[in-house]
Design a protein. Structure first.
Lengths: 1052, 478
């Protein structure tokens, strides 16, 4: 009972009245609310609660994305896999002669990203766009799923046992066996081939390369007695002359060369030493675009130019000339000066040529010999094996097949039905071979002509090795079990050869085969490891094994002869054919990442375009040749073979010449089918060697391409030309835009700063003035500074050296791969809907007819005073405490004001359901589809395996952009935290940074005075700048001025 | 509200109307069966409205990628149309609010229709900011509502958020103002109606009885709303101009935008009022209420605001030159001579040159010229917004990203579709409510000394006005 203990609240309490005591018993004094009105009547509060719940539930249901299905946990977790933690495996990217030492990032057993392997002395941790993109080809929906007989463009599946029995029977029947390959740089594969040849003595391997270097090999054999490509030392050369060799983009070993080349280009003060690079060519190649001087010669004049240089050098060094054909006067004058410089830099210069003419290559060898470059910059101690093919053997094979002398033909990695100039002849002859086997993983042109398909594993499912350079071995290990019922080509060959060394009982027979080769032959060549097991484990871990080099000195033997040199053609228009960094000779045409990577020069995607020169009318207009415009179609007639090409106006294309890339017009095999034209049938053959230029006649405009896909509409930053009205050199660029050079409205933009190396002190002063002026302007603000926000802790920043950047585009593909950036397809790119977070802007400047080029990788600049952030109505984009401009995709409603207000135009909007993330499929017909597929590209679960699980896949209607690889930053911070230390440079490296072959991109914490990014900026001094510094958006990405080392005497 | 008008001023209502005539003339369109013209016009408008719905569903279903905008030009027809429609609305507010405060009594002839136009134009304008969103289903994120997402709130720094408030305020005040004016007129219609119609009008007129207290409160409310609306005339388009003025893009980032946008808005709004009035007075036979004098007065506003806009265009060019700032200079050179030069010259011709014809009294008082030029001005004002938005974005800081824009059928359908939406609403309006404010027009019928009843009525009235020289001229001009 209630006791009041002397404390009372009222007189009723004090008096212990009955009614009070009753009410005090209850917690709530009012009668039971629920029971006051009937049994169960909803109160106002109930109503509000229910309504609130209902509204909330409806809201949540309306705004939640549908969860991803098919997430199956491990029943027993593999030891090496920790969900959410990536594993890296060292392997190699090898495709024919293309090579790159790489690390493969796998997540939960799926390879998703390629990184460079910095232990390699060949590629030094750099990568190429092709290497970056290989991970996507693993998940190609068009891959052949099983072995079998080929009929009606499809495969009739067979078990491997049945298949082997059938093929073996054919092989055993006697008759000649021919294996058609591109260059094979794998020693173990060669061993397997040898076993095969031992079993079938009437077999032979026929090797050619899609883009031939046969003349170079032949010439080296003639001149030095070594049929290999020497190690070119671009880092040791002070003067480099390249006759049409695109060594930074496509020629032999571009990653290796680019890395070495950049060493001599990264100048920051007048005291530094900078190499000078002359490029002799007709079309603007990636290498030519980086050259200090381009000497323009017609494609047929390359030989004449080589002879001219030879004669000049000979006369300077007291040797005898060889005569030879004459090059145009302007080039002859230039080459005279070049010769002087080369001779002055004897032993420290380098002359290379991309010619496929043996005489010309021999003359080049002799030039290097006269200059004392052999054994210095032309190094035969480390010859490259990356090109071994000779198309003359292929031509012989065609004859053999035609004569019915071949019983079994095996295509391994090669695609002659597309790549050969006489592919129709090949197809006819090939049909006469009884049994035609293909190892190709896709139904390419050659495989379609075959009778049997023995699909090989993808590289990322394979064991193997590579010897790209003498004594430099690189391992290939699988990063995923074969996705389909495929088998390694080497395994198939050994199987058919009944090899005793192949342990068929083993789960991975070729692995054992490879291991025993390494543990045996290669183990013996080293003494670092005492047991074969240790040697194998470490080699597999590193991916690389390098033997001690043996010094080889070569001497020039033989004679030079100008009679075999190509005679300048008299045809009115000459056309040259070139390989592109992304598609190569067509081998990479089925990779959507590479197809959608803009060509560095023309900035076009999805197809090959006919580059035509631009002309200045002297008054107002920069016109295309024949008044052709971008996207016009023309008919090109070469020896009566006509094809329709799409025109792109290209600066730096020599007047009287046009050019078009190889690799277009694929007929079958995947996503590249139907884009561009196949130019291979146009390639002329001289002395059995394929030539990459000829005469052509080009019609006027015949129509327009429906979807002309070029990501850059304006290409120049103030090119100059002689003005007829003014009588002097004027800014033709601005005049043609109608601005008449008005106060430098185009050239005075602070986007690119450039100068000649000689004028570096002046540039430094000018830029210091510019910085002072900009900071003066930026101080005129009403708003208090926000610098103190970032004064402590971490502040991320980036530095991009435009002098090191060669524009190769590896970073761009790496970015796609890392950040799940969708491919949108040709039509969408034509509408400027590309999604690339990182693009490489390419600007022409200088002389209009022979301009210079500067590349500028452009991504989100993460402005400290970001204009995108204050205009977003919903705060979807905002600033992190570490200075990152971040996107909250879930919050974005897609007003796109941020993209409008971005001075750098780096924000990308998901115009359509590019990733097929929406729940209904009715809106998918305009997103990217591979021709003939049943569903959009990204709707396929196979393709989706390439997605990086650390990065959100963005849905339709949101903005996205570069995040500075925030997922890597988080990972790096966690690593540092776990190890209880401050974050260091190597903890966080962005995808673009690791991909770059020349180290042009540096990223790090700018609050750390010792970070690489800070040092690089400090080192660059006044040459470091922010793009559009004076508009006070304060980007954290800094660039350095572009410095070229032009020989001004050569200009005009 | 009744004030004496000096007999020397010409009448505001012609045709010797009695109060009954006015009621009869203005209420009858709501009572008769629709005319053939109305049915044709309505069917056409409804067809365009259907097209609008189709194109919007298409956009939401498939994505903004169905439009022609791209990575460089992220806004184009959408925001152009938005600004155009919102500008058109301004005339209604100006007429109803500012002219009321300034006691411009001629406004009563046109204010009802102009206010209706404002509301319908704002409805059309409001479609674009909503449906240009990539994820329109999350449009409610722009409202600062309490939520469970932590400290997540709208961004009060963003001009787009200011827009949300500016436009919603504008819409609600305009709607209130318009409806307040409608209440006594709806009661008039009610009193004439029977059956179901009477019940409906009873409901919508809020039981208006016409008592002195009602009128007193009604007048007080009108004045208060006029007071609220007046700053809105200036503020709404000022805030819309901030969408551009607060950016960093050369050509957008200019301090002249607020006054320039307000002048342009009034300019285009009056042009739209003219377009509608000329049609309405003809079709509904209201020539005696919406007189040629109204048209002339509005043409005077057009020539004034058109000239202000012209000065603003030239000022922009001067400032670009005077700034010495390369980006600014380029932006304006590009406007005049760049890829969209035709849009600039279209704008200059339509907005600056063509209204100057209204200096001529003859043209000013010509129905046909007025109608023609009002359309020209509206085209010109559309070009102005297109020039500001698309031309500027197409050539901004980095030449590498320059691009070109042309609309797709979806965008064209949405724009023409909003015309359908507008006219559908307007045509319904002409059928359900008096298009001229009956109560207010009655207040200006009687001029001091005029006698409307009794034996002297006719004579005195005629004596006062019909012989006035002004009227003769009117007739000549008409």
């Amino acid at each position: 009972m209630h006791e009041n203990n002397g404390i009372w609240v009222s007189t009723e309490d004090l008096n212990k009245e009955e009614s009070f005591l009753q009410s005090a018993e209850k917690e709530f004094s009012i009668e039971n609310i629920d029971q006051t009105e009937g049994n169960w009547a909803a109160s106002r509060r109930d109503f509000l609660k229910l309504m609130g719940f209902g509204l909330g539930a409806a809201t949540i249901a309306a705004s939640c994305e549908i969860p991803v299905k098919r997430a199956i946990p491990y029943v027993s977790k593999p030891d090496e896999i920790v969900p959410g933690v990536a594993n890296y495996f060292a392997t190699s990217f090898v495709n024919g002669g293309d090579y790159c030492a790489v690390l493969v990032k796998t997540r939960e057993g799926r390879p998703i990203k390629i990184e460079g392997n910095s232990l390699s002395n060949v590629t030094g941790g750099g990568t190429s766009a092709r290497a970056q993109a290989m991970v996507l080809s693993l998940y190609d929906t068009k891959r052949i799923k099983s072995a079998g007989k080929i009929a009606d463009g499809g495969i009739n599946d067979q078990s491997w046992a049945d298949f082997d029995k059938e093929v073996k029977a054919k092989l055993a029947a006697g008759g000649n066996v021919r294996i058609i390959t591109n260059t094979i740089i794998s020693p173990t594969a060669k061993k397997a081939l040898a076993e095969f040849a031992a079993k079938y003595p009437n077999s032979r391997v026929v090797t050619y390369d899609p883009v031939s270097s046969a003349a170079l090999l032949a010439a080296n054999e003639q001149s030095f007695g070594i049929r290999a490509i020497p190690g070119y030392r671009f880092d040791a050369a002070e003067v480099i002359v390249s006759f049409g060799a695109d060594f930074l983009g496509t020629w032999i070993s571009p990653v290796e060369y680019a890395r070495a080349y950049a060493e001599k280009r990264r100048v920051k003060s007048a005291k530094d030493n900078m190499s000078r690079h002359y490029q002799v060519e007709s079309h603007m190649s990636l290498t030519g675009s980086n050259a200090d001087n381009r000497i323009m010669v017609k494609p047929s004049e390359q030989g004449a130019a080589i002879c001219t240089l030879y004669n000049e050098i000979a006369s300077l060094t007291g040797g005898a000339g060889i005569g030879g054909p004459k090059v145009n006067d302007k080039a002859a004058g230039a080459l005279k000066k070049v010769a002087k410089e080369l001779v002055a830099a004897r032993g420290k210069s380098l002359v290379v040529s991309g010619s496929n003419n043996v005489s010309e290559q021999v003359i080049v060898n002799k030039i290097n010999d006269m200059l004392g470059n052999v054994n210095t910059t032309v190094d035969f101690s480390h010859p490259s094996y990356q090109r071994q093919g000779d198309e003359r053997e292929m031509m012989r094979l065609v004859e053999e097949m035609n004569a019915g002398q071949v019983a079994v033909a095996i295509a391994w990695g090669a695609n002659p039905a597309y790549e050969l100039p006489n592919s129709t002849k090949f197809a006819e002859a090939f049909a006469k071979v009884g049994t035609r086997v293909s190892f190709s993983g896709i139904l390419d042109e050659t495989t379609l002509l075959c009778t049997h398909s023995a699909p090989a594993n993808h590289l990322l499912e394979s064991w193997g090795d590579a010897e790209p350079r003498k004594g430099h071995f690189s391992l290939i290990q699988p990063t995923i079990a074969p996705l389909f019922n495929t088998r390694q080509a080497e395994h198939s060959l050994l199987e058919w050869a009944d090899s005793a060394n192949l342990n068929r009982e083993d789960e991975q027979p070729y692995y054992q085969y490879l291991k025993s080769h390494w543990a045996g032959d290669l183990f013996a060549t080293q003494n670092k490891y005492s047991t074969p097991a240790a040697f194998w484990d470490m080699s597999l871990h590193d991916g690389i094994f390098e033997q001690a080099p043996s010094l080889v000195t070569a001497g020039f033997k033989g004679t030079v002869d100008a009679s075999g040199v190509t005679k300048p053609s008299s045809s009115e228009v000459e056309i040259s054919f070139y390989e592109t960094v992304n598609i190569g000779g067509g081998q990479y045409a089925h990779n959507p990442w590479l197809q959608e990577m803009p060509d560095p020069i023309t900035r076009t995607v999805w197809g090959n375009y006919l580059s035509v020169p631009v002309e200045w009318d002297g008054v107002n207009n920069i016109n295309g040749w024949k008044n052709l415009n971008d996207g016009d179609t023309v008919e090109v007639d070469i020896n009566g073979q006509k094809q329709t090409c799409v025109v792109v106006k290209t600066f730096g294309q020599m007047p009287g010449t046009v050019s078009i890339a190889l690799g277009g017009g694929r007929q079958s095999g995947g996503s590249g089918v139907g884009f561009g034209v196949n130019v291979n049938p146009w390639l002329p053959v001289q002395g059995g060697l394929v030539q990459y230029h000829t005469g052509a006649s080009v019609s006027g405009k015949t129509g327009e391409e429906k979807h002309f896909s070029c990501v850059q509409d304006h290409h120049t930053l103030g090119v100059t030309a002689m003005g007829k009205e003014e009588g002097k050199v004027i800014n033709a660029d601005e005049k043609s835009l109608g601005y008449k050079g008005f106060q430098g409205s185009l050239t005075d933009r602070s986007i690119i700063f450039h100068a000649n190396f000689k004028e570096l002190p002046k540039l430094e002063k000018d830029m210091a003035d510019f910085h002072a002026h900009s900071s003066h302007l930026n101080e005129q603000t009403l708003y208090p500074d926000n610098v103190e926000y970032f004064g402590t802790g971490i502040k991320w920043g980036m530095y991009i050296d435009l002098n090191s950047c060669i524009g190769c585009g590896a970073c761009q593909v790496a970015c796609l791969s890392e950040n799940n950036v969708p491919v949108v397809g040709k039509k969408e790119v034509a509408r400027h809907h590309e999604m690339t977070w990182l693009r490489i802007d390419r600007y022409f400047y200088g002389d209009l007819e022979n301009p210079k080029v500067v590349y500028q990788p452009m991504m989100c600049q993460h402005c400290d005073n970001a204009p995108c952030e204050n205009v977003c109505p919903v705060n979807a984009t905002n600033h992190s405490m570490e200075g990152i401009n971040q996107m909250a995709y879930n919050r974005c409603i897609g007003t796109r004001y941020c993209a409008n207000n971005c001075p750098y135009k780096v924000r990308r909007f998901n115009w359509l359901d590019y990733t097929t993330a929406d729940t209904w499929p009715a809106n998918e017909e305009r997103v990217f589809w591979v021709e003939g597929d049943e569903k959009p590209f990204y709707a396929d679960n196979l393709v989706r395996m390439v997605m990086n699980p650390d990065v959100t896949v963005r849905s339709r209607g949101v903005i996205e952009k570069c995040s500075l690889c925030v997922q890597r930053i988080q990972e790096g911070k966690l690593t540092a935290k776990q190890e209880s230390r401050a974050i260091m440079d190597n903890d966080v490296r962005t995808a673009c940074q690791t991909a770059c072959p020349t180290g042009a991109i540096v990223f790090g914490n700018t609050n750390n005075p010792d970070s690489a990014v800070n040092k690089a900026r400090k080192n660059a001094g006044a040459l470091a700048y922010q793009v559009l510094e004076e508009i006070n958006v304060r980007p954290v990405v800094q660039y350095s001025a572009k410095i070229h080392n032009s020989n001004e005497e050569l200009v005009s | 509200m009744s004030q004496a008008v000096a007999p020397v001023r010409h009448v505001l209502i012609e045709g010797n109307k009695s109060y009954h005539n006015i009621t009869e003339d203005l209420c009858s369109p709501t009572e008769k069966a629709p005319t053939r013209e109305w049915i044709i016009a309505f069917s056409l408008s409804a067809a365009f409205l259907a097209l609008y719905v189709f194109a919007i569903v298409w956009t939401v279903w498939k994505g903004i990628g169905e439009w022609g905008s791209n990575r460089t030009i992220n806004w184009a027809w959408d925001i152009t149309n938005f600004v155009w429609w919102i500008g058109i609305g301004h005339a209604g507010t100006l007429i109803s609010a500012i002219l009321l405060l300034f006691r411009q009594r001629w406004r009563t002839g046109v204010n009802r229709a102009a206010e209706a136009m404002t509301i319908f134009a704002v409805i059309c304008a409001g479609q674009f900011p909503i449906f240009h969103m990539g994820r329109v289903w999350l449009a409610f994120f722009i409202f600062p509502f309490p939520n469970t997402r932590g400290p997540l709130w709208t961004n009060f720094n963003s001009p787009l958020l200011w827009d949300v408030f500016a436009i919603s305020t504008y819409f609600s005040v305009s709607l209130l103002f318009w409806y307040t004016g409608l209440v006594p007129d709806l009661a008039t219609v009610r009193d004439r109606a029977t059956g179901f119609r009477r019940k409906m009008y009873e409901l919508f007129s809020f039981g208006w009885t016409g008592s002195a207290k009602h009128w007193q409160r009604w007048e007080a409310l009108s004045l208060v709303l006029a007071g609220i609306s007046t700053p809105l005339v200036l503020s709404v388009h000022t805030i819309v101009s901030f969408d551009f003025a607060t950016s960093v893009i050369p050509g957008w980032h200019t301090t002249i935008f607020p006054p320039y946008f307000v002048a342009g808005a009034i300019f285009s709004g009056f042009a739209m009022v003219q377009t509608l009035m000329v049609l309405t007075r003809k079709v509904l036979k209201l020539e005696e209420y919406i007189t040629i004098n109204h048209i002339e007065s509005m043409n005077k506003v057009i020539v004034l605001t058109g000239t202000i806009v012209g000065v603003a265009y030239l000022t922009e060019l001067f400032i670009a030159w005077y700034s010495g700032y390369v980006y600014e200079q380029f932006a304006f050179y590009n406007r005049v001579f760049g890829v969209y030069w035709w849009a600039y010259f279209g704008m200059m011709f339509c907005n600056v040159v063509s209204p100057q014809l209204f200096w001529s009294r003859k043209i000013r008082r010509s129905i046909w010229w007025t109608f023609f030029l009002s359309i020209v001005v509206n085209i010109g004002m559309w070009f102005e917004r297109f020039v500001i938005i698309a031309t500027t974005l197409a050539r901004d800081y980095l030449p590498s990203s320059w691009s070109y824009y042309s609309p797709t059928w979806v965008e064209i359908s949405i724009f023409t579709g909003t015309m359908g939406l507008f006219f559908t609403l307007y045509l319904i309006f002409t059928r359900v409510a008096p298009v001229v404010a009956v109560a207010e027009i009655k207040s200006i019928l009687k001029v001091a000394g005029d006698q409307y009843v009794g034996p002297k009525a006719q004579k005195q009235h005629d004596h006062g006005h019909s012989a006035a020289p002004v009227r003769n001229e009117d007739q000549n001009a008409g």
